[in-house]
Design a protein around this ligand. Structure first.
Ligand SMILES: [Zn+2]
Ligand SMILES: [Zn+2]
Length: 269
């Protein structure tokens, strides 16, 4: 088992220490665990711009140091990868590139949480959006993910259709042209797409992305990886067996993980 997407208490909206997530992973038989808490808001002036969203900038060095120490401590029993989930803010990526280049990260997850000026999980954002606009909104979100991939700053594209999180109707709305553009952009960038099982913690339920996107990803040759996006230790590797089964049925044979930025494949089983 692998799980490349986990959080912990530093971000202000998850529980448990890094060690708690390592222990949970060991208990479940996870062989490769990525510690990937939310990146500080490096594009903001303040040290701790959003205390319920991400750790302060000044807290990042101790996060990395603690993760590296755990990697060494547990080297004999589990492979720990050191990572972070960064927001993709189109046009404001420089502060992130500068800050992150100072650390020996194994990979960086690129995610779009702020879209067209608002948090994607903010339920009130949908109040004024008519049903016949949803396909266009979803297409624009996919194009933002494509831009995230083309930026070349990230190794894993996080929860690529999370826009549906708290507006389930967006899940089934078709946006095929933009979806295909996004999948080709991910493949061509050398990044991978994660299958993220945290949809179950939101109104949409299920996984990111939808089944049809997984099939299209296979068709286009997009490599994949697994992330629980656990914000509580109990969710580490959540639904891994179900995901591996579905992906195997579609035709995927490998997961991709990253060591110091280099892609490594592991059998999907
Ligand atoms: Zn989070
Ligand atoms: Zn995220």
């Amino acid at each position: 088992m692998i799980d490349l997407h986990t959080h912990h208490q530093r971000c202000g909206h998850a529980t448990g220490s890094l060690r708690d997530y390592v222990t949970a992973a060991l208990d479940r038989g996870v062989r490769v665990l990525g510690l990937s808490d939310h990146t500080p808001m490096f594009a903001e002036e303040e040290d701790h711009a959003l205390p319920r969203v991400a750790m302060p900038k000044s807290g990042f060095p101790s996060y990395i140091a603690e993760a590296l120490a755990l990697k060494e401590e547990f080297a004999g029993s589990i492979e720990i990868l050191v990572s972070t989930e960064a927001d993709f803010l189109d046009g404001r990526t420089d502060p992130y590139t500068r800050a992150l280049s100072a650390y020996p990260l194994d990979y960086v997850i690129g995610s779009v949480h702020m879209f067209e000026g608002r948090d994607i999980f903010d339920t009130t954002r949908w109040e004024s959006v008519a049903e016949d606009e949803l396909s266009a909104v979803k297409s624009r979100y996919f194009r933002e993910i494509a831009a995230c991939a083309r930026s070349g700053l990230f190794h894993v594209m996080g929860h690529v259709d999370a826009l549906k999180g708290n507006h389930p109707a967006l899940g089934a709305v078709p946006a095929p042209a933009a979806a295909d553009e996004m999948l080709r952009a991910i493949r061509d960038s050398g990044a991978v797409m994660e299958v993220n099982t945290s949809g179950g913690t939101k109104m949409c339920g299920g996984w990111y992305p939808e089944f049809d996107l997984l099939e299209r990803a296979h068709h286009f040759g997009v490599p994949i990886t697994f992330g629980s996006d656990a914000h509580v230790p109990e969710r580490v590797a959540d639904q891994y067996p179900e995901v591996a089964k579905v992906l195997g049925d579609i035709g995927f044979r490998t997961w991709t993980v990253f060591r110091r930025g280099a892609a490594v494949t592991r059998p999907l089983c």
